[in-house]
Design a protein around this ligand. Structure first.
Ligand code: HEM
Length: 446
């Protein structure tokens, strides 16, 4: 092809054989966020495997909106596929189109409104156990809420008690190991470290638990109005039913994609509010005005303007899904560069959201950025916490509804006092941005 294409620069610090494994392992966030190549694409090597990181929002938009050329695959999704098989999160273009059409109705607005009671139960099941003056680990509490919600919206009745706990623990172990496995040079992946054995055992238990539930649903053949009842009814284009394996893959995908992400948004919003008490108080007054002490409901959420803006800032500063990959399927141009079939790409909401060229004073928590009069300052394509194009998160409204319900219930009842002055940092080397030890003392408001 033409020689007019520019070569893709290599990120600094590459070592022979290891590539950038050292930086990716020890400081992935600052390393990747510090890369600002002129053409919007930079090469980062996972061992000897090159991955091209997108740093320009226009190019990222092009990639997200041309999923035929830039399909699911690459370092992350090739790993995730080992757990979820060929599911909505990992499937390639044609399969994905069919699967998305099947799954979309489960996430319709009407359906989400119907999940609110289950969400409120899960939230109260956690928040109502707190007592005045207690120290609460907010990260763990939020994870608990979203794991309970996910297992109950997914399986209305079957997964309760110990099964639900082991499911959410095993997902957490999986997510802890995923990033390391993704970034590890291939030759090192099979060393049987204790972490690797724990990871493999967790994956085995996850598969077994989900198989048990699906078998019992198929046997009962009853529509329980939950997600699994809808998925079990999945059909191929020729009308044949999805196999047990296909149902299994979608179930594990929704659990994987929905729990830690939503818990992360919840925790980070509470963290940001705990560092900005005046905004937290104003948000609590707003919740009081909207719900007047009643249990939060779906309709009322539309009145939570400040709280929603605070959540948008959490999604901007700490987008839970912070790195995703794609594979190039045909020879193509991307900005000044040429890419070939098989090339791996990565995009990162985190990098865009913290780019000073896109957001004014990007590290500042400023819910007012999201006021209607400032919305035009939000850069087009620069805010992508839910991705974009055909792979845009199917659970975005589900997740945001759950976050706002939980924050309302918490702010209505509790004042949160941060215990430590040190800033909370994301847990390093995790596939989602999760806060490390964020403990607060809770004081009862009412
Ligand atoms: C509120 C927190 C959430 C965030 C920030 C989030 C973020 C994302 C992002 C960035 C993607 C696109 C990935 C890519 O481009 O490769 C995605 C996809 C996806 N998410 Fe979410 N997500 C959240 C909640 C949820 C929930 C609650 C569910 C399910 C109940 C879910 C299920 C999925 C699925 C199945 C996909 C794949 C969609 C497709 O390719 O068609 N997510 N999510």
């Amino acid at each position: 092809m033409s020689t007019a294409f520019a070569s893709i620069p290599v990120a600094p610090g590459r070592l022979p054989l290891l590539g950038h494994a050292f930086q990716l392992f020890f400081q992935p966030l600052p390393f990747l966020a510090g890369l600002r190549p002129p053409g919007g694409l930079v090469r980062v090597d996972i061992g000897r495997l090159p991955m091209y990181l997108l740093t320009d929002p226009g190019l990222t938009h092009q990639v997200l909106h041309d999923s035929r050329t830039f399909d699911k695959g690459g370092a992350l999704f090739d790993k995730v596929r080992e757990l979820t098989g060929n599911s909505l999160l990992t499937s390639a273009y044609d399969d994905h189109r069919l699967q998305r059409r099947q799954m979309q109705p489960a996430f319709a607005r009407r359906r989400i409104a119907g999940y609110v009671d289950v969400m409120n139960d899960a939230i109260e099941g956690v928040v109502d156990t707190w007592s005045d003056g207690q120290t609460v680990d907010i990260g763990a509490a939020c994870y608990d809420i979203t794991a309970r919600t996910a297992s109950r919206t997914m399986f209305a009745t079957e997964v309760a008690g110990r099964d639900a706990i082991s499911l959410s623990d095993d997902l957490s172990i999986y997510l802890r190991g995923l990033f390391v496995r993704m970034m590890m040079p291939t030759g090192l992946r099979w060393i049987p470290t204790p972490d690797r054995l724990r990871f493999d055992r967790a994956v085995g238990r996850l598969h077994q638990a989900i198989d048990r539930v699906i078998a019992s649903y198929r046997e009962a053949g009853v529509d329980r109005g939950d997600l699994l009842s809808m998925i079990v009814k999945g059909r191929h284009e020729d009308g044949s039913a999805w196999s047990a394996k296909e149902v299994h893959d979608q179930v594990i995908t929704l659990l994987l994609a929905g729990i830690e992400t939503t818990g992360g948004v919840m925790s980070w919003t509470l963290y940001l509010l705990s560092r900005h008490p005046a905004i937290a108080q104003a948000a609590a007054r707003e919740v009081d005005a909207v719900f007047a002490g009643r249990q939060p409901d779906f309709e009322g959420l539309a009145g939570l303007h400040l709280l929603r803006r605070a959540m948008m800032e959490a999604l901007r500063l700490y987008p839970p899904g912070w790195i995703f990959t794609r594979v190039v399927t045909r020879r193509t141009a991307l900005g000044p560069h040429e890419l070939l079939p098989g090339d791996g790409l990565a995009y990162s909401p985190y990098i865009h959201h913290r780019n000073p060229g896109l957001f004014d004073d990007p590290m500042r928590f400023d819910p007012d950025r999201w006021l209607p009069e400032h919305r035009h300052e939000i850069p087009e394509n620069g805010f992508i916490p839910f991705g974009g194009g055909v792979h845009q998160c199917i659970g975005d409204q589900f997740g945001m509804t759950e976050v706002l319900l939980a924050l309302s219930a918490i702010l209505m009842r509790w004042r949160l006092h941060a215990i430590e002055a040190r800033p909370v940092m994301p847990v390093p080397r995790r596939a989602t941005l999760t806060p490390s030890r964020f403990k607060v003392k809770v004081a009862r408001r009412r």
